[in-house]
Design a protein around this ligand. Sequence first.
Ligand SMILES: [Fe+2]
Length: 268
Amino acid sequence: MLDRPAWRTYGGSVTPATAPSSQRDVSAEIAALHEQARAGDAQPRLHFPPYRSSVLRAPTKDLVQVDQEGAELVAPVFGHGDVDPLEADLTIGTGTGTPIGERLTIRGRVLDGDGRPVRRQLVEVWQANAAGRYVHQRDQHPAPLDPSFSGTGRCLTDDDGWYAFTTIKPGPYPWRNHHNAWRPAHIHFSLFGTEFTQRLVTQVYFPGDPLFPYDPILQSITDERARALLVATYDHDLSEHERQTGYRWDVVLSGPHATALNTDDDRG
Ligand SMILES: [Fe+2]
């Protein structure tokens, strides 16, 4: 459920043989790779050395072709009764009160490459709490857990492709990619298509985060415009009086405006 959280070894067992790199080293590596990159390269690099563990898991062989017919036989199907609308509100349901943090709504549409709504699709989210801590046994960095916040939710898109979640703004958190490495605040998103082979996973960020340039996961998308598509937009019309702020973020599944995917292997 995490992406290289704090206090965790790379890939479960592999640790760097030498002292961890500094942010200065990693930033220089990112700058050099961006310099070489082609404009318009909208998806993340699977092999992006500043993101250390990507080197260990980037494919080194040709990908296996999936039997399309077989994949369709095990297509996920979600009906009206399978996903409770309350599961889209991450601020309720633990039975222990209200979570601490900045409450917000994030809402948007899931669209195909032609701008058509993608209907009745399962959208799942997971995130750290306001202090930057996940509810996960492998996340043991010294930030508090919030007993009122599990950090997981899901919903189905409606007939116009809309999804919406109410949640708490996640905090940034440290991880062990390099010395003093911090992830920008983000929410993980998973979208199931109409087949298991179509599952897409990505992350959404919040505007103005000072950690963007330092983060090798976000920077593994070398095209600046493509990175910007992963940043939600503050939407005052989505904010509610004395209740919560609002953000808009659309997901485009294909075409020139497609949302960049997540290269992280550890996504649940
Ligand atoms: Fe994360």
